[in-house]
Design a protein around this ligand. Structure first.
Ligand SMILES: *Cc1c(COP(=O)(O)O)cnc(C)c1O
Length: 733
């Protein structure tokens, strides 16, 4: 890397300002900017559009530009052109609010790996003026949803693109909507750009965020532009999907982006396929009105469009599949599109609905699931598409999720040289298994990360205790009644982490199904345990919210019945920062969904990257990451997937069976952690996670497997590098 001028401490910050006709941007040199733009606008279309409802990439968790400026101690500048960038970069004041969950974080992690690997990709998503929601938790009420108020103008690194014809004005794209009488209204969107810059500041992936909140837009459009996953009505929900799907081609055209391949990260943006089919028909019929197209002409057009689309399906859970009443969809799209939807989006369960998952499943050249087990489930759910659905197991961005303390350890061992560029290097971590210096350093780093987590928790509990008198909120943790300077939670106590969306199939309350049994195990052996839980439920998900309330309700009973040995703490407002603290600071990561409904799950991978073992149901990625017990523990039901019941209804959630299995396995885990003569086996599992799981469950490997579907032409050296990542694992085995 010495060739890179950006590593030079004399770096002229001006060299990080780049311009084009859409604006002025900070973070990469002009040459890099031009190269990326040239790739995306080249005639050959050798690039990919990545389409996602949400993109989760929190700059407080991974921010290579800021890190570099801190490294070279250039956090401020006297120069006014630079000052506007650096000041905002370091002092915010705002950032894009954290979005819904796993899907968005996966999108962010994927784009960061594409940037690291220098793959020409551009992402399209929506900008939500009211984010998702901010979670407040009250012990009597449970989850309270608060609207997020944020200002994109105040966000460092988020740029409003300019209109090249009139640089004083923002760029606008126009999208026709129709009412049920087929009368047209035009909605406009402005376009924000965020750059996902790689860690060597020599490549980036642009994210284009369409913002439909403009005052001139019809009220229903503005409403739908407000909140991610707003499901107040199916009309709002459908409008949101349509804004994304029909916004894609106009924004690409406005920027001159030519990508041949479009990747649907879940079916939310599938309306783009409808647009492309419509364009094909207009070309075939040589007429703007394609309502007379025959079935055969439509199917031929769909075939052609399929060759441009790659589709990733993310969940077997029905709520994740968009289905809209035909009348709802008729209220926004032109009637000539209905014939296409009739043919391609018909819903076998309901003749009155369009099924967008079916549509996406039919119109693509490659479809994939997000783990092996999930592949088998999708084959069962979509038998007609089984031939083309392969598995590409999800990953996480290792540079985002490995803690600073762990990274310092990895840097200190030559066996792991180059781990930032190549996560495959960690295969060699097994060579360090008997290296006592490595073992000591790793244990110390782990203890440091546990202290960081507990500092956060203890000060949160104290703060809640102190605020009790001044607000109407009842602190969400029973332990806030107990904490004082002599009574803080101790980071050396065995700590179980659980954090994710609260959705009923994820069964957050499973391990408390029989508190008497649980407490008997702990009391009998005098084993202290802390359970650290976090996560949001969708505002409309009443059963999900009631699980949060249950968790709060169990706290006192658990504390009392365990004679103070067990404490259950809930951290409100789960986001990527809390996730990063938890996955590095706990001693074990717990996931207990109803198998096989957790298509992949990624938080457990984040723990594994830090060498934290998982203790989980054999579902999603863990069925691949468990390695016969070398990396952690399993519990619960493991029936054949083709006979599995995919329902989420309460009577089919197997609480009794799976919690009993947890109680049966728990003593072995605690024994290994607490007994002096077996503690070293606990650390062995940590090291085997580094060695066996980092090379697999990272987004560089995942990006390489997607490249096989994208069919991009890459330089021979880049192709070799990506082939090496792909060779780390074959998801579809
Ligand atoms: C990783 C992550 C998730 C996804 O966790 P799962 O285990 O896949 O459910 C959700 N939210 C945040 C903030 C995350 O960082």
């Amino acid at each position: 890397m010495p060739q890179n001028p950006l590593y030079d401490s004399d770096l002229d910050l001006h060299s990080l300002i780049a311009k084009n006709s859409f604006g002025t941007f900070f973070g990469v040199p002009q040459t890099v900017f031009d190269q990326v733009w040239q790739n995306l606008t080249a005639k050959d279309g050798n690039s990919v559009v990545y389409i996602s409802m949400e993109i989760g990439a929190d700059p407080d968790v991974f921010h290579p530009i800021k890190d570099r400026l801190i490294d070279i101690e250039r956090t401020d500048s006297m120069d006014s052109a630079l000052k506007q960038f650096t000041k905002k970069l370091f002092y915010g004041p705002e950032k894009i609010p954290c979005y819904g969950g796993g899907l968005g974080v996966l999108a962010g992690d994927s784009l960061k790996s594409f940037a690291d690997c220098r793959i020409p990709v551009v992402a399209v998503s929506l900008l939500y003026r009211y984010g998702y929601f901010c979670q407040i938790v009250d012990s009597k009420i449970g989850q309270i949803c608060q609207t997020v108020d944020w200002h994109p103008e105040q966000v460092p690194g988020l740029y409003l693109l300019r209109n090249p014809q009139n640089p004083e004005e923002p760029l606008h794209i126009q999208i026709p909507f129709f009412n049920e009488y087929d009368q047209e209204t035009i909605a406009s969107a402005q376009v924000w750009m965020k750059m996902e810059v790689n860690h060597s500041l020599d490549f980036f992936v642009p994210e284009l965020l369409l913002d439909f909140s403009l005052l001139d837009n019809p009220a229903p459009i503005r409403d739908a532009a407000g909140k991610l996953y707003n499901s107040d009505s199916s009309f709002i929900k459908a409008t949101q999907r349509r804004m994304l799907g029909t916004g894609i081609l106009p924004v690409l055209q406005a920027l001159g982006i030519t990508s041949n391949t479009l990747h649907l990260n879940e079916q939310h943006g599938v309306v783009v396929a409808l647009q492309l089919i419509a364009e094909e028909l207009q070309a075939t019929l040589k007429h703007a009105d394609f309502s007379q197209a025959s079935d055969e002409q439509i199917m031929t057009a769909a075939d052609k469009v399929s060759r441009r689309l790659v589709y990733t399906i993310h969940t077997p859970v029905k709520a994740g599949h968009d289905r809209f009443d035909k009348s709802v969809y008729a209220g926004m799209s032109h009637k000539s599109c209905r014939h296409i939807l009739e043919l391609l989006a018909h819903d076998v369960d309901s003749p009155h609905s369009y099924n967008f998952t079916t549509f996406a499943m039919r119109v693509n050249r490659a479809a994939n699931s997000v783990s092996r087990l999930h592949r088998d489930v999708t084959h069962k759910q979509f038998p007609e598409a089984a031939g083309k659905i392969t598995a590409i197991t999800n990953g996480v961005h290792h540079l985002t999720w490995i803690s600073d303390a762990r990274a310092e350890v990895f840097d200190a061992f030559s066996e792991l040289d180059n781990w930032r560029e190549d996560p495959g290097v960690f295969q060699k971590a097994a060579l360090l298994k008997n290296n006592s210096r490595f073992r000591t350093y790793l244990s110390r780093a782990w203890a440091k990360d546990s202290s960081t987590l507990y500092d956060y928790i203890n000060s949160m509990l104290l703060q809640h205790r102190n605020q009790m008198t001044s607000t109407w909120i009842d602190p969400p943790n029973y332990y806030s009644n107990l904490i004082d300077s002599d009574n803080q939670l101790d980071p050396a106590i065995f700590t179980i982490g659980f954090a994710r969306r609260f959705s009923t199939y994820k069964r957050a309350d499973l391990v408390f199904d029989n508190i008497d049994t649980l407490c008997a195990i702990l009391v009998e052996n005098n084993w202290p345990v802390n359970f650290i839980f976090s996560g949001k439920a969708h505002p409309a998900d009443e059963p999900g919210k009631s699980v949060i309330k249950l968790i709060l309700d169990y706290q006192e009973e658990l504390h009392t019945k365990s004679k103070g040995l067990a404490n259950l703490i809930f951290i409100p407002n789960y986001d990527m920062q809390i996730a990063k603290m938890m996955v590095a600071g706990v001693h074990i990561w717990l996931n207990n969904p109803k198998r096989p409904l957790e298509a992949s799950g990624t938080s457990g991978m984040k723990a594994a990257l830090n060498g934290v073992p998982n203790f989980s149901i054999m579902d999603g990625w863990w069925a691949e990451g468990y390695h016969d017990g070398a990396t952690g523990w399993k519990f619960g039901h493991e029936g054949p997937v083709d006979q599995a019941d995919l329902s989420e209804s309460p009577e089919t959630l197997f609480y009794t069976e799976d919690s009993a299995s947890f109680y049966q396995k728990l003593p072995a885990v605690l024994d290994e952690f607490y007994e002096d003569d077996s503690r070293s086996r606990f650390l062995d599992k940590a090291i085997m996670n580094l060695s066996l799981n980092i090379p697999i469950f990272n987004t560089h490997r995942m990006a390489a497997e997607y490249l096989n579907k994208y069919k991009l032409k890459l330089s021979p050296s880049l192709q070799r590098k990506m082939d090496n990542f792909a060779a780390l694992y074959n998801s579809n085995q």
